[in-house]
Ligand binder design. Structure first.
Ligand code: HH2
Length: 258
């Protein structure tokens, strides 16, 4: 899954792709490089980010989706029913909701009325405050219990279980140690019986593990290394910025495992 940000403030590539033609071109290049899908988002969720009103989020993403419609497989990174609805009308295959259906009470109904896939992600708190001293007794178990409960809510709302994947939410209300433990113990999430998506790409945890305690992002090389570690523990969907590097590394790792 290639990342296409239509935001002026995402942590890694914010601003560079706010022009819809440039965003669409980046999306096409990611598919050409081997991505199965591109994830288009109009609201940054980096630590400290402020929420974006519906009209502004639509203004950012719809021009990009219109350019991709019918040509490039895409998902929409949103927690808003109004944005998801419009994206589904334009052909979105998946709704990637970092709030796991807690952000907008209407989103579950929009999804139940469609046949799109849904990604449910774990987040402690909200982006504005989530990195203020996160604490867990057992991070893997607590994230799994949360996702189990959100999966039940989604299925109860009429969204087919087979359409849902789960995501530990790397960097969303977690310390470096929490993030690493979640990847190390991915089996606890896989036990819920759904595919696991991971978003490690360029996150600050990767800059920190290579020695920069103040890092706000990580390199492509560190991202690939972490993705392979997650692949070996059973992750099957990788949300990444550097598509070609990940596709090649994952192909090599998969060939060894085959
Ligand atoms: N991370 C970000 C955004 N959306 N969705 C899922 N399912 N999993 C993630 O780990 C995830 C996500 C990161 O936030 P943002 O500030 O928007 O940066 P970018 O989109 O460049 O990764």
């Amino acid at each position: 899954m290639g990342i296409v940000n239509a935001t002026p403030d995402s942590f890694s590539d914010g601003g560079r792709r706010i022009d819809p033609d440039a965003a669409a071109a980046a999306a096409r290049a990611m598919i050409a490089a081997g991505a199965a899908i591109v994830d288009v988002g109009g609201e940054s969720t980096r630590p400290g980010a402020e929420p974006v009103p519906l009209e502004e989020e639509l203004r950012r993403v719809v021009p990009v989706l219109e350019r991709l419609a019918g040509e490039v497989p895409f998902s929409i990174d949103t927690s808003k029913a109004g944005v998801a609805q419009r994206a589904l009308e334009l052909g979105a295959e998946l709704v990637n909701d970092v709030t796991a259906l807690r952000g907008d009470p209407e989103l579950a109904r929009v999804l139940a009325d469609s046949d799109a896939y849904l990604c449910l992600m774990h987040m402690r708190g909200e982006p504005r405050t989530m990195q203020l001293d996160p604490h867990y007794d057992d991070v893997a178990d607590e994230v799994a219990r949360f996702l189990e409960e959100r999966l039940e809510v989604a299925v109860g709302a009429g969204i087919g279980e087979k359409r849902i994947c789960l995501d530990p939410g790397i960097g969303f209300g977690k310390t470096v140690a929490h993030n690493l433990e979640l990847v190390r113990r991915l089996d606890v999430l896989l036990a819920l019986g759904r595919p696991v998506l991971v978003g490690l790409s360029r996150k600050s945890v990767l800059g920190k593990v290579v020695g920069d305690a103040e890092a706000r992002s990580g390199t492509a090389a560190a991202s690939v290394g972490a993705a392979i570690a997650a692949f070996e523990r059973g992750a099957s969907i990788f949300r990444v910025h550097d598509v070609r590097e990940h596709v090649e590394a994952l192909a090599a790792a998969a060939a060894v495992s085959a």
